[in-house]
Every structure is written in structure tokens, then in C-alpha cells.
Design a protein around this ligand. Structure first.
Ligand SMILES: Nc1ncnc2c1ncn2[C@@H]1O[C@H](COP(=O)(O)OP(=O)(O)OP(=O)(O)O)[C@@H](O)[C@H]1O
Ligand SMILES: [Mg+2]
Length: 451
């Protein structure tokens, strides 16, 4: 049973007030009502509610002003702010100014119930309001000097404490998973599990059982009971990678999980409640998928409560230097390497289609391939070995290996890499950024190896 609490609802809209009162009363709570911030403060002088729920936009005094006053006078009193959809700035500001959580209009009765339950539960609240504000960026070694990207990280930390879903958009290799981990470690569920699922990696039926689990014998091949990733992530965070690749029927099931906060194992008898923060990523323009009917609009809105966009590396050239230094230091270990201004220039001019991951791999290769302590552009094999060279990448590669044909440069690099890895083809392929199959084909072509 839930404890009975007294809740102050502040909203200038009569209808909203009445609707919230109905939900809260049904939960067994007592409701106090105020039409604006001034009235709310008057009530707070004589009553001692356990929770305040306040709209953001009101006459007389804004929700932010009310929040500031409450934080001054009663810092222990949890405040939940109601923000309009799409006003991410408001939500972030509220969290930064000490709101316990926020809900986005329009919201369902279940959402209101969930937030209220979290807010009035002293144990959950204690963990939630712990010192989690300070950025966890350093512990995750997120390197950047870019203002736009820093802003993304700030928002990520600010909203981590709320239970809202987050959608992270950005090209491949930009650092989306790092941000998902930042959100997790900055959240009240930081001690809970962090579970990642790549939605593009499995066919639909397998993905369903991966996410939601199945009971023994529920389909051919279901030899044992399987606990799904949602259940595994209970009390923590689930990362749904490449969410835009999910098929429509499964999207419908996911939507249900997000709405009801419970999962149905395939072949299961009854739903299992889960308390999981959802972070999803995509490297496509998901709005376009919505427009084309490939992605459910309602699921999009449900996931996109907090949209984060990670800029590609070519739009934050200043980071190339920082990251280069960071990765070279990491991979070089006790054997430091020099980065010349010429090299830096070359690398800054390269478009980095694979973003930070490509730079990271290139640094690992370069450190391995360079014989002396001086790193040269040619050690970075930029774009030279892409299975399908991009237009920009191709010309850069030519420039970097000036004097050599691409084919010859490629051949040499492959043999150098094999030498550096003691002929370990798996490792060499990884460092070269090509599949092991491509590597074998190339070796076959050169007649250097028939394997
Ligand atoms: N700002 C950064 N500082 C340090 N390392 C970074 C940064 N951004 C990304 N990385 C590193 O680059 C690699 C790729 O990052 P990550 O996996 O987060 O990218 P992603 O956007 O999830 O990629 P994908 O779309 O391919 O899944 C990781 O090894 C990560 O640690
Ligand atoms: Mg990723």
C-alpha cells in the first residue's frame, strides 16, 4: 500500500487542476490547490504538503520563480514541474534549479502516478537527490572543448535525475553510447544495471525475445526460460541502440512497455513490472522515418521527451586536436609520440566520416605503425582502406599517400599492419577498419596469402 500524502497542485487552468486532483485522490492522496505561485506560497505558510506539482507557465508568478522560492524556504520539499512538450529548455532549467522531476504535457494518469510515487517515496527520493549533480564526464573520459557538445553533456547530466526517456541522435561513432552511460551514471539508478541492446543486430522475432524474454516452450527453439533485457535492466538503464531499425509490430510492443511499465515475456502468463530508464539512439533522421511511416509517431514522441543531438566530428574541428592527443597518449602508453603541426593540420582537414571512433582506431593504428617517436599522416591510413571509399575520403587518402597509388599504399599498409600485429589477421582487420573477409580477399589478390 502506498502512503497517504498531501500534495499541492499549482495550475491556473481549472481543467488541469481538476484532472490532476482526480488522479491523486484516486491514489489516496489529499490535494491542496492553488491557481498561481503567490497563492501557493501562502498555502505553504500554513500547510506542510509532502509534494508540490506546479505548472511552468502561469500568470502572476512563473513556475520557475515559485520553484526558486520553495528551494529557498523549504529545500527538502520535492517539486515536480509540468512543462509543455518541446520546451526542453524549461525542463532542463527546472532540473538545474532543483526540481525533483518534470512531466511533459500532455501526460497520462499513469505518468502522473509514477512521478508522484517516486517523489513521495522517501527511499527513492533520498537516492534521487543525492549528490549527483556534478558532472560525471571526467570519469567517463569524455573529451571535448566544443561549446555545442558541452551543452549536450550538460543537458544530459541535468535531466539524468528525471525519469524521462532520452533520444540521442547523431552519426555513427560520435559518442552516443558514451552519453547514454553519462546519463546512467548521473542518475538515481547509477548503482543499477546498464544494459545495451542493438536493435539492428537481430531479426524481429529474436529481438522481441531478447528485449522481453520468453517462457520455456513458447516457440520452437525456446528450450528454457529467458529473461529479457528489460527485466535485466530493472532498476537501471536500458540503451536501445539504432531504435529506428525496429520493425513496426515490435514498435507497438515497445510503446506498450513504455506506457505500462511492464513487459510480457513471449508465452508469459502475466505482465512483469519493470522500472527502467530508457535511452534510445539513432544515426538516421528519425523524423523522416516517421514521415515515411516506418516509425510510429506516438513512439517517437514517447522516446523523444528529451532530444539530444551529437554533432559530427567535422563540425567540431577543435576536438580533433584534443582527441588526437588523448588517444595517442592512451595507446602509446609509456612510449610517448610526437604530434607535429603538419600532422595536426592534415587530420583537422580530414572529414572523419566515422567520427570519433574512426579517429580512435586511426590513432591506435598510427601508434602501432610508426617506428620512431614521430607520427606521420601516412600512419593514420585515412580513408585509404574503406570498403566503399567516400568521395571525400578517397581524395584525402590520395593526398596523404602522395607519390603512391592508392592500391600500392593499401598493399603496403596491409603488410605493415600484419607485421605490427604479428600476423594476427583478426586484429589487423580491426585496426585497418575492414572486415576479415575483405582482408583475406586483398591478401589473395596480392598473392601473399591464400588463407
Ligand atoms: N568525446 C569523446 N571523448 C573520448 N572518447 C570518445 C568521445 N566520443 C566518442 N569516443 C569514443 O569513440 C568510440 C565511439 O563512441 P560511441 O560508441 O559512444 O559512439 P556511437 O555514437 O554510439 O556510435 P554508433 O552509432 O556506431 O553506435 C568509443 O570508443 C568512445 O569511447
Ligand atoms: Mg553506439
Amino acid at each position: 500500500m502506498q502512503e497517504r500524502a498531501q500534495i499541492l497542485v499549482v495550475d491556473d487552468e481549472q481543467q488541469m487542476q481538476t484532472a490532476m486532483e482526480a488522479v491523486l485522490a484516486r491514489m489516496g492522496h489529499a490535494v491542496l490547490k492553488a491557481e498561481n505561485g503567490k497563492q501557493a506560497l501562502e498555502i505553504l505558510e500554513r500547510a506542510k504538503p509532502d509534494l508540490v506539482i506546479s505548472d511552468m507557465r502561469m500568470p502572476v508568478m512563473t513556475g520557475s520563480e515559485l520553484l526558486a522560492k520553495i528551494r529557498e524556504g523549504q529545500p527538502q520539499l520535492p517539486v515536480v514541474m509540468i512543462t509543455a512538450y518541446g520546451t526542453i529548455e524549461q525542463a532542463v532549467e527546472a532540473m538545474r534549479n532543483g526540481a525533483f522531476d518534470f512531466i511533459t504535457k500532455p501526460f497520462s494518469a499513469e505518468e502522473l502516478e509514477r512521478v508522484v510515487t517516486r517523489a513521495i517515496n522517501p527511499v527513492k527520493r533520498a537516492t534521487a537527490t543525492r549528490e549527483i549533480k556534478e558532472a560525471k564526464r571526467d570519469s567517463l573520459a569524455i573529451v571535448t572543448s566544443d561549446a555545442a557538445f558541452k551543452r549536450v553533456l550538460e543537458i544530459a547530466v541535468s535531466v539524468a535525475q528525471s525519469s524521462a526517456s532520452v533520444l540521442i541522435q547523431g552519426e555513427s561513432g560520435t559518442g552516443k553510447e558514451l552519453i547514454a552511460r553519462l546519463i546512467h551514471t548521473s542518475s538515481a539508478q547509477a548503482t543499477g544495471p546498464f544494459v545495451a541492446v542493438n536493435c539492428a543486430a537481430l531479426p524481429e522475432n529474436l529481438l522481441e525475445s531478447e528485449l522481453f524474454g520468453h517462457e520455456k516452450g513458447s516457440f520452437t527453439g525456446a528450450v528454457g526460460t529467458k529473461i529479457g533485457k528489460f527485466e535485466q535492466a530493472n532498476g537501471g538503464t536500458i540503451l536501445l541502440d539504432e531504435i529506428s531499425e525496429m520493425e513496426l509490430p515490435l514498435q507497438a510492443k515497445l510503446l506498450r512497455v513504455l506506457q505500462e511499465r511492464e513487459v510480457d515475456r513471449i508465452g508469459g502468463q502475466k505482465p512483469i513490472p519493470v522500472d527502467v530508464r530508457v535511452v534510445a539512439t539513432t544515426n538516421r533522421d528519425i523524423r523522416q522515418s516517421v514521415a515515411k511511416g516506418d516509425f510510429r509517431e506516438d513512439l517517437y514522441y514517447r522516446l523523444n521527451v528529451i532530444p539530444l543531438y551529437v554533432p559530427p566530428l567535422r563540425d567540431r574541428r577543435g576536438d580533433v586536436q584534443l582527441l588526437l592527443e588523448h588517444f595517442v597518449r592512451t595507446f602509446a602508453g609509456g612510449n610517448p609520440r610526437k604530434i607535429t603541426p603538419e600532422l595536426l593540420n592534415e587530420l583537422k582537414g580530414y572529414p572523419w566520416p566515422g567520427n570519433v571512433r574512426e579517429l580512435q582506431n586511426a590513432c591506435e593504428r598510427a601508434v602501432l605503425l610508426a617506428q620512431g617517436d614521430k607520427l606521420e599522416a601516412q600512419h593514420f591510413l585515412l580513408g585509404a582502406l574503406r570498403d566503399a571509399p567516400g568521395e571525400e575520403g578517397g581524395s584525402d587518402a590520395l593526398r596523404l599517400h602522395s607519390g603512391l597509388s592508392v592500391a600500392e599504399a593499401e598493399r603496403r599498409l596491409i603488410f605493415e599492419t600484419l607485421r605490427a600485429t604479428n600476423n594476427n589477421k583478426t586484429k589487423a582487420a580491426e585496426l585497418l577498419g575492414i572486415s576479415i573477409r575483405t582482408l583475406r580477399n586483398k591478401l589473395h589478390e596480392y598473392g601473399g596469402d591464400s588463407a
